[in-house]
Design a protein around this ligand. Structure first.
Ligand SMILES: [Zn+2]
Length: 467
């Protein structure tokens, strides 16, 4: 090999080695990069695994906490329920004790203690109250007795009882089944029915309420209402008022006759405290007697005391319990035979039931029968068209009965009464008719006069709203 060739060879060899070295370096660099990329991916995968594991841990932790919380809540609910139940039982027991304490203290005639204990005793009958307002249903009643062949309602005894009224209504419903429907629109605290006798067809567009004996001792008016009802039904096709047959007068107006608005109170006035069957009501009544007598109210002779009873069996005066000027009504501050307005407006079953009945119909007029002095109370403080309609109604009734028209505003009558409520709250004309003279309960010797003064009231009212 020549020197020149040898040199060229060495140069090529050197170049080749350099290329190899460069290649190796490049390869090494590539491997390094690839390794770095792999490591990075491995790190990312490890991070992802850690993230997922963490997520699982958090999920498990939350689930555990939720489960523990649920267990605690359930346990708490159970404990609270148990505690409330226990406290109610304890409260009921305390009230029982209060009642017997009321009765005992009343028996001992301790005036200062009586008024507060009476309130507790009366409050107790709230459970009876809950059984009240059950809506309006058909009245169901049966009797094995036979109806009299002549008049059903006998007017020879002023002491017209709830039981007699039920029996008479049963016979009237049988005899005049095509003319009347009897509805039960409520229940009293001592479980007597509040009854509404509906005269007039379903197609009539207007309704008039006429209610009697909201005050216990004025029960002679229950007899009056029943007699007015029977005479109206008897004269259906034969009697006329203002040139129209009785049957024609009620084509577009229904009469709702409520012969006994306070059957518990009537029963107390007629038969004394033993007429009341509920033990807690009886205790309240006895405490009420002691309270009244200690305050100089009512006859201390117990039988005479019950005879003048006006309130219901919870010692609340129903005609002071309506939600109309109730807050301002003074009356008495404790349960009493009269003028106690109750714990709250419309607290009593009888009042609630009458308001619910009114709400269920298109009431255009209300008549309240009471028994203190041959008067027609009107003008309850209304104005405009309501006052005008009320004046027309009062003038008509005064003209029929011969009773004196009396403004409740001018004579400063107490508010929260039934007619106040109808006129001022509902804008419905209403009057209060007071039958009889002298102290209640009225004796049967007043019957003939009362009947002659009120014979025409139903047909006259029907005619006022017949067209
Ligand atoms: Zn009265």
């Amino acid at each position: 090999m020549s020197e020149e060739k040898k040199f060229t060879y060495l140069e090529e060899l050197e170049a080749s080695e350099k290329m190899d070295a460069s290649y190796d370096a490049a390869h090494e660099k590539f491997d390094e990069k690839r390794e770095k990329a792999r490591e990075k991916r491995r790190q990312a995968m490890r991070a992802e695994r850690r993230r997922k594991a963490r997520k699982r841990q958090i999920l498990i932790a939350y689930s555990l906490r939720a489960a523990i919380a649920a267990v605690f809540i359930l346990a708490a609910v159970f404990v609270i329920r148990f505690a409330v139940g226990f406290s109610k039982k304890a409260q009921a027991k305390n009230q029982e004790v209060t009642v017997s304490a009321a009765a005992n203290q009343a028996a001992e005639n301790t005036p200062a203690a009586v008024s507060s204990t009476v309130s507790s005793a009366v409050t107790l009958s709230a459970s009876s109250e809950a059984a009240g307002s059950s809506g309006i249903t058909d009245w169901t009643y049966t009797s094995s007795d036979t109806a009299p062949s002549g008049d059903i309602v006998a007017t020879d005894n002023a002491v017209y009882t709830y039981d007699q009224m039920e029996k008479d209504l049963y016979f009237l419903e049988q005899r005049y089944s095509d003319k009347i429907k009897i509805k039960k629109f409520g229940t009293t605290a001592d479980s007597r029915d509040l009854l509404d006798v509906v005269v007039g067809p379903d197609s009539a567009t207007k309704d008039v309420i006429i209610q009697y004996s909201m005050h216990g001792r004025e029960y002679i008016n229950s007899l009056l209402g029943m007699k007015q009802l029977e005479e109206y039904l008897k004269g259906w096709d034969s009697s006329e008022y203002g040139g129209n047959k009785y049957s024609e007068l009620v084509q577009d107006v229904r009469l709702h006759i409520i012969p006994m608005m306070n059957p518990d109170g009537v029963s107390i006035s007629e038969s004394g405290v033993d007429a009341i069957r509920d033990a807690s009501l009886k205790s309240g009544l006895m405490a009420c007697y002691q309270s009244d007598v200690s305050l100089g109210k009512g006859d201390p002779q117990i039988n005479a005391y019950w005879k003048t009873w006006k309130a219901n069996a919870r010692c609340v005066d129903l005609n002071r319990n309506f939600d109309c000027g109730w807050e301002g009504t003074v009356g008495t501050t404790q349960p009493s035979c009269s003028r106690y307005k109750g714990e709250s407006p419309a607290s009593e079953n009888e009042v609630k039931a009458l308001v619910a009945l009114k709400d269920s119909i298109n009431c255009v007029c209300e008549i309240a029968y009471h028994s203190e002095g041959q008067k027609v109370y009107w003008d309850y403080g209304s104005t405009g068209s309501v006052k005008e309609a009320d004046q027309t109604l009062a003038t008509t009734v005064a003209g029929l009965t011969g009773y004196t028209m009396e403004s409740t505003v001018s004579s400063a009558q107490e508010t929260a009464g039934c007619s106040d409520y109808f006129v001022l709250v509902c804008g419905i004309p209403a009057v209060t008719i007071e039958t009889g003279t002298g102290d209640c309960p009225l004796a049967i010797d007043q019957w003939a006069t009362i009947w002659s003064q009120n014979t025409q009231v139903l047909p006259a009212i029907a005619q006022m709203f017949s067209s």
